[in-house]
Write a protein that binds this ligand. Structure first.
Ligand SMILES: Cc1cc2nc3c(=O)[nH]c(=O)nc-3n(C[C@H](O)[C@H](O)[C@H](O)COP(=O)(O)OP(=O)(O)OC[C@H]3O[C@@H](n4cnc5c(N)ncnc54)[C@H](O)[C@@H]3O)c2cc1C
Length: 471
């Protein structure tokens, strides 16, 4: 009997051109392992289509051959969603060649882009017309808009602009049977039944391949203000957040929490970092933006922080006096992940909670972790304004890192059980991929899981779209 996989391999060059079908081991290498180096798979081929029609043709051929498809953008995902399994039979469909702007409508404040466009390029295309595309992640030079949509990426400006989901007005996607769904209408109001685009946002490639999207644009910020506040407790940080929201409304763009240890690690591993007032348990990085060039934004931030100090909410605060100083304050926050990596392995959690539930969660979880992992160091930081914490556990000093990492699953259960008790989510912005599949079944309700399975079965009955991911 003919090997259906071999037949598929013979057909692919005819669909996209020989140069765009990679099969040599060295060519496959950049595509078969994830960014963190946590997952490594094998693939029959990497195919790089140049158009939606080519994507549809690939999907039809894979469907006929019964071959699993792994969609891939910039391969910066943190849950192994873009890595094939180890079987060596799956096809990776990389969207990298589909990287064009299809339309930019200034009057409608929208940009229509192909899925493989790097996020930074979308930002640049918007900026070139005096507009602003606010999605911003540390991986923006490499990640793609299709990957951002498929993981519903968050980042540093969610407080003001929302996740990728909130920024999306329409999508084009190739379904598992090769048909093309297009909702590229750029409408802000469209109540005509189920909002089908939402199914594909955050689906991590398990329901179809996103090939294009219409994204919202905003007026470009003309002035910004950045400050670092020192705080005595997480409750104080939440109180400061409420005060700043009241004073600045939607001009408050970022409110990032950092524990003293995460800040100390950032400074230790990046000598020459900005100073921070010493001796406080918590710090908040505050960022505000305004699109009116003459807005007295820095004065408004300074006044709000001054009043918070007078009221005993904040212990101390520094307002950046220049754009460069503001960037140096931001670097304190942005360097934490890298500093943690250099410090040694750690057990990471990307969790979210209602902001109001965070102090009680922290109190409970810290106590339980101290009992289960005596001496382990908590490195907590994140987007407090969105209720999203990177709640990481580093080995006690001098402890064997490999032995510590063996406790990963146990630590996850302690943290995620506490998250669940306080009404939160075990995955705030990184998704499920391969990493958190078991947690999905453990922590989502039976009704949610069975509805997700029903959606998957309806859209991908043969299970060819990113098999082994999410569900
Ligand atoms: C340094 C660093 C910082 C990061 N910071 C953040 C952050 O602040 N916030 C955040 O949310 N994430 C962050 N991430 C995670 C990552 O960058 C995001 O998840 C990003 O959205 C992934 O985009 P990508 O193009 O690299 O997708 P990939 O990694 O290529 O894919 C991710 C998932 O989407 C699927 N997929 C990709 N493209 C398509 C498509 N066109 N159609 C269907 N499915 C597709 C893949 O199959 C996979 O399941 C960070 C990652 C790094 C390395």
């Amino acid at each position: 009997m003919a090997d259906p996989g071999a037949t598929l391999l013979e057909r692919l060059p005819g669909l996209v051109g020989r140069a765009h079908v990679l099969t040599a081991a060295a060519d496959l290498e950049p595509f078969i392992a994830d960014w963190r180096g946590r997952y490594r798979g094998a693939a029959r081929a990497v195919v790089l289509p140049g158009s939606t029609d080519e994507v549809a043709a690939i999907v039809r051929a894979c469907a006929q051959a019964g071959t699993g498809i792994v969609p891939q953008g910039g391969n910066t995902g943190l849950c192994g969603g873009a890595t094939p399994d180890e079987g060596g039979r799956q096809i990776i469909v990389s969207l990298r060649r589909m990287n064009r702007v299809r339309a930019l409508d200034v009057a409608n404040a929208t940009i229509t882009v192909e899925a493989g466009m790097p996020l930074a390029a979308v930002q640049e295309a918007a900026a070139a017309t005096g507009m602003h595309f606010p999605l911003s992640l540390a991986s923006e030079g490499s990640c793609t808009i299709g990957g951002n949509l498929s993981t519903n990426a968050g980042g540093t400006a969610v407080l003001r602009y929302g996740n990728t989901r909130e920024l999306t007005l329409g999508i084009e996607a190739v379904l598992a049977d090769g048909s093309v769904l297009s909702t590229l209408r750029g409408l802000r109001k469209d109540n005509t039944g189920y909002d089908l685009k939402q199914l594909f946002i955050g689906a991590e490639g398990t329901l179809g391949i996103v090939t294009a999207a219409v994204m919202k644009l905003f007026p470009a910020p003309r002035v910004s203000a950045t400050a670092l506040a020192a705080l005595g407790s997480v409750d104080a940080a939440i109180a400061l957040l409420a005060r700043l929201k009241a004073a600045l409304a939607d001009r408050l763009t970022g409110f990032e929490l950092m524990s003293a240890l995460s800040l100390a690690l950032s400074r230790k591993h990046h000598p020459g970092s900005a100073e921070a007032p010493p001796g406080h348990p918590w710090y908040a990085l505050v960022h505000a933006e305004d699109s009116a060039p003459d807005a007295a934004l820095a004065a408004a931030v300074e006044t709000a922080l001054g009043e918070a100090i007078e009221a005993g909410v904040a212990a101390d605060a520094t307002l950046a006096q220049s754009v460069d100083q503001g960037k140096r304050l931001w670097a304190l926050r942005e360097n934490i992940s890298e500093a943690q990596r250099r410090e040694g392995p750690n057990i990471k959690h990307d969790i979210s909670l209602p902001v109001s539930a965070i102090p009680a969660f922290m109190h409970d979880c810290e106590r339980e972790l101290a009992a289960a992992f005596p001496g382990a160091r908590l490195v907590v930081f994140g987007h407090l304004g969105d209720g999203n914490l990177h709640y990481n556990l580093a080995a006690p000093e001098g402890f064997d890192p490999a032995r510590f990492m063996d406790g990963g699953e146990r630590a996850n259960h302690v943290v995620y059980d506490a998250v669940a008790r306080h009404g939160g989510s075990f995955s705030a912005e990184h998704g499920i991929g391969q990493l958190k599949r078991a947690d999905l079944v453990r922590y989502k309700s039976a009704v949610e899981v069975s509805l997700m399975r029903a959606v998957k079965a309806a859209l991908d009955p043969e299970g060819i779209m990113n098999p082994g991911k999410v569900l």
